[in-house]
Design a binder for this molecule. Structure first.
Ligand SMILES: Cc1cc2nc3c(=O)[nH]c(=O)nc-3n(C[C@H](O)[C@H](O)[C@H](O)COP(=O)(O)OP(=O)(O)OC[C@H]3O[C@@H](n4cnc5c(N)ncnc54)[C@H](O)[C@@H]3O)c2cc1C
Length: 446
């Protein structure tokens, strides 16, 4: 046995899963991607994370860090390397009742967080899915159902505890290691393993949530009116427009405007939502008052052999009309990818661009195009998809790294404008000069 492995077996108190072991099959894969790592480590303490990092570094293994395992690019597993799976570090603890400060383990999922906080009347704007990890979503952004009112998930992080590439524990906040604090809010898992996040949560009531659907034939006018309205709509309203759902008729599928109104006042909710209802002939409206924790959905695990390939971009105000027209045209064509357009703006846009490493604050919309199917169908759809992106390219900017199924240099450049990238690379040099944390949209040490 190598000395690195001896040290691991001595210092690591969590689960060590190896090929052939009972749990290996499920532990080797993420929600979306299969892998064949040499070791899956499930730490139960910060000390275990330190031992895992030292093991991977000293034995020269490729390292994947897994939070909730939902990365579209499959960062949470690999072939032949080490996976540090944080799922046993999932405590959710209110550490300051007055300030609504919540400490969340680096491997918790948003469903665990919502369930733990609901009895205290608190919530954090996260994402739309219970099984998505706090780690991956937060370190790269976090566009959730309260994003227009409270900003991105990362805008509500006040401090982190992490294990860096040298196996040491570091803390980052506005006061302690401020550059690291800047970098982890948008720079993904490039700088170390976050073992605990301190978030400021927000008091929440039940919320009005549901979808308002219109026929596909009015997609273009509905989308346009929706985007125009959101510019001045109350920030309690956050919304996502979905079209071309292949399981609901593809080009004939209704345009679904999902809405979340952060409040339980019927009259205020109606005032905020009625302008959407007036955008066209409503064919379905299931908006109802619900506990916030019930708004998050269970993640769908694609059956074996089915891939999900997604790519995203941001849209600034001057390009909204053009982009929505192209997306409506695309949605009306046979074989369209699934189109999902998210409203951002509001609280996100009030934070200066350089305050965090997330650099897309002036965008009004973020959208993702997703192709679903077996690999041959995905391959066959690729040229058409490239043509769609070719049409969109002059009008869109950047990319939301959390909705990217690949990690090419072009993807990294789209996620991080040059100035942001340079500043991230300086932090990377300091905390991970050997690029141990490379299974991400990678910032290379320089
Ligand atoms: C069904 C589904 C719904 C989604 N909905 C939303 C949504 O509503 N809003 C939104 O913004 N995004 C959404 N996403 C995108 C999501 O934010 C990303 O997929 C994100 O990477 C998932 O994080 P994870 O921890 O589950 O993934 P993982 O695959 O575990 O991790 C992703 C990346 O983060 C790193 N990482 C994770 N945890 C840590 C940690 N504690 N310390 C250091 N690095 C870490 C990993 O190394 C990896 O590079 C959704 C994705 C899916 C599949």
């Amino acid at each position: 046995m190598s000395s690195a492995l001896e040290s691991l077996r001595r210092d690591f108190g969590g689960g060590i899963i190896e090929p052939g072991g009972a749990e290996y099959e499920s532990a080797s894969r993420t929600v979306l991607v299969a892998g064949s790592p040499a070791y899956v480590l499930r730490p139960e303490s910060v000390g275990d994370v330190q031992a895992g990092v030292k093991f991977a570094a000293s034995a020269g293994f490729l390292l994947s860090v897994r939070g909730g395992g939902h990365s579209f690019a499959g960062f949470g597993t690999n072939d032949g390397g080490v996976v540090i799976d944080l799922s046993r570090l999932a405590d959710v603890e209110i550490i300051d009742d007055e300030r609504h400060l919540v400490r969340i383990g680096g491997g918790a999922t948003w469903g665990q967080v919502a369930t733990a906080m609901a009895p205290r009347g608190l919530a954090i704007s996260s994402g739309d899915t219970k099984s998505v990890g706090v780690g991956g979503l937060t370190l790269t952004g976090g566009i959730g159902w309260k994003v227009r009112k409270y900003g991105l998930a990362l805008d509500n992080v006040v401090a982190v505890e992490m294990v860096t590439a040298d196996g040491e524990v570091a803390h980052a906040s506005a006061r302690e290691n401020p550059e690291l604090y800047w970098a982890i809010r948008g720079g993904g898992g490039n700088f170390g393993i976050v073992t605990a996040f301190d978030f400021v949560a927000h008091p929440t009531t039940d919320v009005f949530f549901g979808k308002i659907a219109f026929p596909a034939s009015v997609a273009a006018t509905v989308l346009q009116g929706w985007a125009d309205y959101l510019r001045t709509a109350p920030e309690e309203l956050t919304s996502i427009a979905n079209l071309a759902n292949p399981f609901a008729g593809g080009p004939e599928a209704p345009v679904e405007i999902e809405v979340a109104f952060d409040g339980d006042d019927l009259e205020l909710a109606a005032q905020a939502l009625d302008p959407i209802r007036r955008l066209g002939p409503v064919i379905d409206d299931d908006v109802a008052l619900k506990p916030y924790a019930d708004v998050l959905v269970d993640g769908v695990i694609p059956p074996p052999g089915i891939q999900l390939v997604t790519r995203s971009a941001f849209v600034n105000k001057e390009s909204v009309a053009e982009v929505l027209q192209i997306l409506s045209d695309v949605g009306a064509s046979e074989g369209s990818p699934v189109i999902s357009v998210r409203s951002v703006g509001g609280a996100v846009a009030r934070i200066p661009d350089d305050a965090t490493a997330y650099a897309h604050r002036q965008a009004e919309l973020m959208f993702a195009l997703t192709t679903v199917g077996p690999p041959p169908a995905i391959e066959a759809a690729r040229p058409a998809l490239e043509a769609i992106w070719g049409r969109l390219a002059p009008h869109v900017n950047g990319a939301y790294a959390n909705f990217l199924a690949s990690a090419t240099e072009e993807n990294v450049a789209a996620s991080y404008p040059t100035e942001t990238y340079q500043r991230l690379a300086t932090v990377k040099n300091q905390y991970d000069p050997g690029n141990l944390f490379a299974r991400n949209h990678n910032i290379r040490p320089q």
